[in-house]
Design a protein around this ligand. Structure first.
Ligand SMILES: [Zn+2]
Length: 283
């Protein structure tokens, strides 16, 4: 059972939203929607994949819960879970921060990768989690994603990546930036084998992740209300000396300007992705 598979990894708690896309543990019975401020039953919210019943605001969801909601019951193999961050630059307190995030999230790194079926179609799925170092991309995240594409190329499988990231991991300096190129090369090899890559951007997808693998899917999707962009709004405004529109860097804004193929409600992701995979499976 899929549930059993996640029992070790999954710390089932309800979470509250914060503007930076991370969330804190909240085991209370009720959860306040950060958008419409309505008080919701945490249990009901969990059943609705953390989408507010009143205003459809998408609260954060853990990588484990997303994978569980997406994958079919049955055989799901978690991949590359032994890969974890080292401290190549001897950055002060980095190991302690990694240990704390492992404890907090039940994850070994900021991305969870699996091989399984969606609506009967086999795919390699990688889900980033903003609770772990803001979903930042260090050498371990890059290695897991590069291997995911290598594994998919070898087995002739499509890849879906759910991005959620503050960008490159500052504690790993230039090594984190190298991951942009490393993952891009693995994507190119996968692409040259004629295989499908779907990028599914969730809140927030920023920095080096938005500037590399998040933006180069054969199909680029995003979740409702997701913040997607490279540099922060304030930095851009101060640079170009112009006020930006209110919806700038939202998924809806990018769709309107032709940078996305579709914006989805989280509750439709399984059905939608299943249909795309079927269309591309050639059956
Ligand atoms: Zn709401």
């Amino acid at each position: 059972m899929l549930k059993d598979l996640f029992s070790k990894l999954n710390k089932k708690v309800n979470e509250t939203d914060r503007n930076d896309g991370t969330f804190e543990k909240n085991e209370s019975i009720m959860t306040k929607c950060p958008s419409c401020k309505k008080i919701l039953y945490s249990k009901d919210l969990y059943k609705r994949l953390n989408v507010c019943a009143n205003c459809s605001h998408h609260l954060p969801i853990s990588a484990q819960d997303r994978l569980e909601a997406l994958m079919d019951e049955g055989e799901v193999d978690l991949l590359f879970q032994d890969i974890t961050s080292a401290n190549p630059l001897n950055f002060p307190n980095y190991e302690a921060k990694i240990s704390k995030d492992k404890e907090k999230t039940g994850l070994n790194e900021a991305v969870l990768c699996a091989d399984g079926n969606i609506e009967g179609e086999r795919a390699v799925v990688a889900v980033m989690d903003a609770r772990f170092r803001m979903g930042s991309m260090g050498s371990a995240v890059g290695e897991i994603l590069a291997r995911a594409f290598g594994y998919a190329t070898e087995h002739g499988l499509p890849v879906i990546i759910f991005t959620a990231s503050g960008g490159a991991r500052m504690q790993e300096g230039i090594i984190s930036l190298m991951q942009m190129a490393k993952v891009s090369v693995a994507i190119e090899r996968h692409n040259n084998a004629g295989l499908l890559y779907i990028s599914y951007m969730t809140n927030p997808t920023t920095g080096g992740v938005s500037a590399s693998f998040a933006s180069v899917g054969d199909i680029n999707l995003a979740e409702k209300g997701a913040l997607i962009g490279f540099a922060g709004r304030r930095v851009i405004q101060e640079t170009i000396k112009e006020k930006l529109p209110d919806d700038f860097q939202t998924a809806e804004f990018l769709l309107k300007h032709g940078q996305l193929d579709e914006v989805l409600d989280r509750r439709d992701m399984k059905d939608y992705l299943g249909r795309i995979l079927k269309l591309h499976s050639g059956v």
